[in-house]
Design a protein around this ligand. Structure first.
Ligand code: BTN
Length: 238
């Protein structure tokens, strides 16, 4: 079990950036950094994560996994399931997981996960698991106002404790088929038509998520292909 040591800040550039510095300095596993706001909150693929004061949960967890590389690749999916279970427990709302690091409420993005790591000789030195959840944000910037949503209630401390408890359970048993089962139940993309980005506009219908959390897509010519989240991203077709 990871023992958590929670440290709270008013504002940081990014809880992930801050915690990566601590990790480089040799800090121990289990430090959790929380900021009330972030001036440069980061998402995947160089995107920013809107993090205004007092309206969201912006957190990062330092892990030093003594696990195989295969298991380490499961940290984001385990976190997505833990986050979904925690939101459902604390807010009694059902959420979906968009392959692999976004949490959706209805058709809009509610939360995101950014996992960053440092490896030497194929062994993980550390992993920083960053989670951002829109709690009471009302006014999103124009570029995301149609695609972002918040929970509408501030139960930040309760949610934080529940995320840590759920994640700890799953992290202990990261390759358990239970995680895959809970993930598949909440798959946002299954049954949707998607465009596969960086693949010359290839399109198809998502038919499932395989045991390795690859997206199974049936192309228009009925061929099935399997996509890894590290390699490609997909866009839902309207
Ligand atoms: C994404 O949307 O692609 C992932 C967003 C992750 C945001 C969280 S907020 C806390 C942590 N610090 C960051 O800079 N990013 C993550």
């Amino acid at each position: 079990m990871v023992t958590f040591d929670i440290r709270k800040f008013d504002t940081l550039d990014s809880t992930n950036t801050y915690l990566k510095k601590l990790a480089e300095e040799g800090e121990k596993e289990g430090i959790v950094i929380i900021a009330d706001s972030q001036t440069s909150g980061r998402g995947r693929r160089g995107k920013s994560f809107y993090s205004p004061e007092g309206t969201g949960l912006y957190m990062s967890i330092l892990l030093r996994p003594d696990k195989s590389i295969a298991d380490i690749t499961l940290i984001t999916t385990a976190a997505a399931v833990a986050l979904s279970l925690a939101i459902e427990e604390v807010y009694h709302k059902e959420v979906l997981i968009k392959w692999v690091n976004d949490i959706y409420l209805g058709e809009k993005k509610l939360a995101g996960i950014l996992t960053e790591g440092s490896f030497s000789h194929n062994t993980p030195d550390y992993i920083v698991l960053g989670i951002g959840v829109n709690l009471t944000t009302e006014k999103f910037p124009d570029e995301i106002k149609d695609i972002a949503v918040s929970l509408g209630l501030d139960r930040k401390d309760e949610l934080l404790q529940e995320i840590l408890a759920q994640f700890n359970k799953l992290y202990e048993n990261i390759s358990s088929p239970e995680i895959h089962k809970e993930y598949v139940k909440r798959s946002f993309l299954t049954g949707r038509e998607v465009e596969i980005l960086n693949k010359n506009g290839l399109s198809g219908t998502v038919v499932g998520i395989d045991k390795n959390f690859r997206l199974e897509v049936e192309l228009e010519n009925k061929e099935h292909i399997f996509l890894s989240s590290g390699d490609v991203s997909v866009k839902v077709k309207k």
